[in-house]
Design a protein. Sequence first.
Length: 205
Amino acid sequence: ALVLCRVLALEYGADLVYTEEIVDQKLLSSKRIVNSALNTIDYCMVDDIVLRISKAREQDRCVLQIGTNSGESAAKVAKMVGTDVAAIDVNMGCPKPFSIHRGMGAALLTQVEKVKEILTSLKSVAQVPVSCKIRVLDDQAETLNLVREIEKCGVAALGVHGRRRDERDPHPCRMDEIREVARTVSIPVIANGGSGEISTPMKIS
């Protein structure tokens, strides 16, 4: 069903679509199968399809979003998927317990050296562009320091969610802090969060 949602988004004008966050170890435990009947690339476990990519309709515009706490594992994922996807994005902003407790997602926001290890390891082997997504930190100076270090890793783009680690949907999205990030780095910055209305993207820009 998720592949259908992505394809529908592309048909309605999306430039890129993202997979759900897939934990590196789950993907590494799967087997890659070319499904000629559906013209898809499937990553399968015994009783589950971890990832399905439509070759004709989304392969060149689908970004694989991974959860990881290890440069070594992230690099293995990159080698595994090759060019099955358009890019690989590391989720460094997920605040949910399953991510935090494993040292993934928003747990990485204050671990600059770990962030650099993951991104440089990915970059060293990936056949497609690498990006990541973060949340703004409590101290804007720390956010800007983090994004400078991320840019040095050679990522192609940076997603920034405008809420802090302990904030959820009811909290307003800090668009001004996202704009400051965009002024600080020279790579494309993708604003994330708070886009409940069709007019929001224009307001952000």
